[in-house]
Write a protein that binds this ligand. Structure first.
Ligand code: SER
Length: 886
């Protein structure tokens, strides 16, 4: 029996022998396709070739692609674990032909339907050794050509080549993109897996027939309006489910019974102490865990991190679903991170990246498991309560607010609540959930008082082209004037308006860089520019205050950017590039930008990294950036094609849409990044780089704040003044500060110790004195005393001592402080035993009488109140309160 590693190799070698180039898998986290959440098909990395936007120097390719199908058109998440053949993460084996055949029979050239079918048949029946009698082919209802090839080139009888409509035999990547008719190969797992209906055949959902291989003939591009546009050339895109192939070749009856999964299941058994039996209810949990851990290892291995948005949220959802399955298997500790080791044992040979990043992967998983673990049990019991109530009231829908509470307080993603609801035959009000979520966001925004200036979405601003990379002054004309979203012809002194110009030297806020400020003038007016922003249509909108005169459409103005502010912003922007390169060098290649902000005053850089940076790392990073500043590296900008930029290794932002032509900023050889911001000419202009702080802003995302130039100088100056102040206060020389400080702290410690001893002595004599004031009331020894100047702790300590000495006594000590008051109530053990008096109850009574708050244990309790007058008023009545005489 071949191992899964051997089977993968068998496939690659077979197609290599047919003139195909072996291409490595693309990352499962797409690198340069912001339209795609995760790689969901082998063809993703070749999409641009199909669309004629890119060429390769080969026409035939073969690969094994890492794929995740958890959203959109291709989403298998809900099937996972319920059956034995669907996965979130899986490997897709594919062979490819790009473009039309260049010559009829030349090896290595493009091919189409005939060869595709021939290759597939030869591989499955001769290399993989599949039983011909169990194979079926399907073709698109209109595809007589493919049907003819199947009948002519293979030994499949007519009844085992079947036609299906679009739903089954027309493949599309997503709502738009390359697509075409396809031909699928199905394997008959045998009657025992089937429904037995006479209509049972491939595509029946009983599970008897499993789709093994999909041969897609890419001919069209689906347009946004739904129409099909023929492509300039035809291509072949095939995708075979690797786990299914292994399942058949290893003669198992489940993907989970192959060597791709058994070690994971075995370790899960060891951890939970239960046996996996596929047909029991718990079998589903074993399978979900085994599936999800692979998805986690590969997504995190490719740089994704659990978070609350986008890709990160998918990772978080998968992890939380798996963690909850762990609870169903009665595992109450983090365990998924342990299983990551099995995945790496199984797959590390084919995908060495995960081996290298194992430590990181395990740490990310463990941290997230711990985090969710804190609230998981509470959330599950809340869910149980909700479900029981619902059942009792014969309801069927879990409400929006309940679902939101599970999400917000206990970290249950909506889809997890949905799965749990479904298991009990309930539904979830997902609309209500969304409303609760929006409501909360709005409240939070209002609480933060956020009203950032943005250009109105509704306005189609006239083009206002940025021309300010190299000059800060521009004579130009007004082409748009607005008050909020309303277009106007003229604005006058005192008004605040939005203005567009034919072209502008002002950089509009975007890509994390603050907008320019400055002023405009002509003989009739002077205008202050408060901010410039990029509008939704790409135009630059200036938020402006008319200082004097008036301005109307078509007027000519001289627009001048505030040079100091621009330069200061540019310094911070170049610094961010140096910082990112330094972090990658010192902290690691996994550091990736998650967000950034540059203004004239400072920079903020958010990046992926799992733990806090220690002082040594921060020092090293700071030092490296400063060395690069001293090296006075030339900072250059270059326009180039995106593909060319990627070849040079320039860093690009994940999720950012880049055009065909991009701008690359390089700082010597140290850093190279795609960027449209403004920069200095030489790194030396930054002067000095100083990190101000480093902190976590989300799980796996760190933030560094730093300053350069004037701002860094000011920061250092401030620190220096602080030192001078300390020096002055300590009356010490700079060199002696620490020594003197240490000496003073020692002295303070000694003093505090002496003070404590003194208090104890005083307490001793005080306690003696207090004994004399104990009265007998109804067999109880009662002490009520106002002790001003004592802290709460001091009173408690004293009351505690007194109660030990007065087992049959009640002690009430009161004190006041700045208008507030406090009581400490203590009851001796004998009295407690008699159950007549409890300190907590007495405290409550006193609280009620004095308008304070109180409570505590039977031995010791406290009351606090705000009105000193009330205390004085009630002091004499305490006895009555305790003995219910009032
Ligand atoms: N693109 C097709 C699929 O993903 C074949 O590779 O199924």
């Amino acid at each position: 029996m071949l191992s899964s590693n051997q089977i993968r190799q068998l496939f690659l070698d077979f197609f290599k022998s047919k003139g195909h180039t072996i291409v490595p898998s693309a990352t499962v986290v797409p690198q340069d396709d912001p339209t795609l959440l995760f790689t969901n098909a082998g063809m993703n990395q070749f999409k641009k070739i199909f669309l004629n936007l890119e060429t390769r120097d080969y026409q035939r390719a073969v690969d094994s692609q890492k794929v995740l199908r958890v959203s959109g058109k291709h989403n298998d998440l809900e099937e996972v674990g319920k059956d034995h053949t669907h996965h979130t993460f899986f490997e897709m084996l594919g062979n490819w032909s790009f473009g039309d055949p260049k010559s009829a029979d030349g090896i290595g050239k493009g091919y189409f339907k005939k060869e595709t079918i021939e290759f597939a048949w030869e591989f499955l029946t001769q290399k993989a050794g599949l039983d011909k009698n169990r194979l079926y082919a399907t073709v698109h209802i209109s595809d007589d050509e493919a049907l003819g090839h199947w009948l002519k080139l293979t030994s499949l009888p007519k009844e085992r080549v079947q036609k299906f409509e679009d739903k089954y035999n027309f493949w599309e990547m997503g709502e738009t993109g390359p697509c075409g008719p396809c031909s699928e190969i199905h394997y008959d797992r045998g009657q025992k897996h089937g429904c037995g209906k006479p209509t049972c055949r491939p595509n029946c959902d009983c599970g008897r027939f499993v789709e093994v291989w999909n041969l897609v003939f890419i001919q069209y591009e689906r347009q946004a309006d739904g129409s099909l546009k023929p492509l300039p050339a035809k291509h072949v895109d095939t995708g075979m489910g690797f786990e299914r192939l292994v399942h058949i070749m290893q003669e198992k009856d489940s993907n989970y019974a192959t060597d791709l999964f058994t070690p994971i299941i075995k370790q899960t058994e060891e951890i939970c102490g239960k046996r996996y039996s596929p047909d029991k209810k718990e079998g589903t949990s074993f399978r979900v865990v085994a599936d999800h851990i692979r998805a986690l290892v590969f997504t995190i291995g490719d740089g994704a991190l659990p978070s609350n948005e986008g890709r990160g949220y998918v990772v978080r959802r998968i992890l939380r679903r798996a963690a909850r399955r762990g609870r169903l298997l009665e595992i109450h500790e983090p365990f998924l991170y342990k299983l990551s080791g099995r995945v790496i044992d199984i797959m590390g040979e084919a995908y060495p990246d995960i081996k290298q990043r194992h430590e990181h992967i395990a740490m990310v998983i463990k941290t997230e498991e711990e985090r969710f673990g804190e609230t998981l049990d509470l959330g599950l019991s809340l869910f149980d309560q909700i479900a029981s109530k619902l059942k009792a009231s014969k309801g069927t829908v879990i409400s929006g607010p309940d679902t939101f509470k599970l999400y917000d307080t206990f970290g249950f993603p909506l889809d997890l609540t949905q799965v749990m609801a479904e298991e009990r035959g309930f539904k979830v009000d997902s609309e209500g959930f969304k409303q609760a979520m929006t409501g909360q966001r709005e409240r939070a925004r209002a609480a933060r008082g956020e009203v950032a200036y943005t250009a109105a979405k509704e306005v189609d601003y006239p083009a206002c082209i940025f021309v300010g990379y190299n000059s800060l002054v521009q004579k130009t004309r007004v082409n748009g004037l607005y008050i909020k979203e309303l277009s106007i012809d003229k604005a006058e002194k005192g008004q605040t308006v939005d203005i567009t110009l034919e072209n502008t030297p002002f950089y509009g806020e975007g890509g994390g860089q603050a907008g320019d400020i400055g002023f405009w003038e002509n003989p009739n007016c002077r205008i202050k520019i408060l901010n410039a922003v990029k509008a939704f249509n790409g135009s630059t909108v200036h938020h402006a205050e008319i200082i004097s005169g008036s301005i109307k459409l078509k007027d000519e103005v001289t627009a001048t950017v505030d040079q100091q502010a621009r330069l200061s912003t540019a310094r911070h922007h170049t610094a961010i590039h140096l910082l990112q390169a330094a972090l990658q060098q010192i902290v690691g290649k996994h550091v990736q930008q998650q967000g950034s902000m540059v203004s004239p005053k400072r920079l903020r850089f958010d990046f992926t990294h799992f733990a806090g940076l220690d002082q040594m790392q921060l020092d090293e990073v700071e030092h490296l950036v400063n060395r690069k500043i001293m090296d006075n590296l030339p900072v250059a900008d270059q326009q180039m094609k995106l593909t060319e930029a990627q070849k040079t290794g320039a860093m690009a932002l994940f999720g950012e849409k880049y055009g065909e032509e991009v701008r690359v900023i390089s700082c010597g050889d140290f850093s190279k990044e795609l960027c449209s911001g403004t920069h200095v000419k030489h790194s030396g202009e930054l002067g000095l780089f100083k990190i101000i702080k480093e902190e976590a802003i989300a799980s796996g995302v760190r933030r560094i704040e730093a300053v350069v130039g004037e701002a860094a100088y000011k920061q250092i100056k401030q620190d220096q003044m602080l030192v001078a102040e300390i020096q002055y206060r300590l009356k010490a020389n700079r060199e002696d500060i620490v020594k003197k400080l240490n000496a003073q702290m020692e002295e303070l410690k000694t003093l505090a110790k002496a003070k404590k001893e003194e208090v104890k002595l005083q307490q001793g004599s005080l306690i003696e004195g207090l004994f004399k004031e104990v009265k007998k009331v109804e067999d109880v020894q009662l002490l009520v005393k106002l002790l001003d100047g004592f802290t709460q702790d001091g009173m408690r300590e004293m009351a505690d001592k007194l109660r030990v000495k007065l087992p049959g006594g009640i002690i009430i000590l009161a004190s006041t402080d700045e208008g507030k008051f406090g009581f400490t109530v203590a009851v001796g053990d004998e009295l407690i035993k008699s159950k007549k008096f409890m300190a907590g109850d007495i405290a409550k009574k006193i609280a009620a009488a004095t308008g304070g708050k109180g409570g505590g244990r039977p031995q010791l309790a406290q009351v606090g109140g705000k009105d000193e007058g009330k205390l004085k008023e009630q002091m004499g009545k305490i006895e009555g309160i305790i003995f219910n005489k009032l």
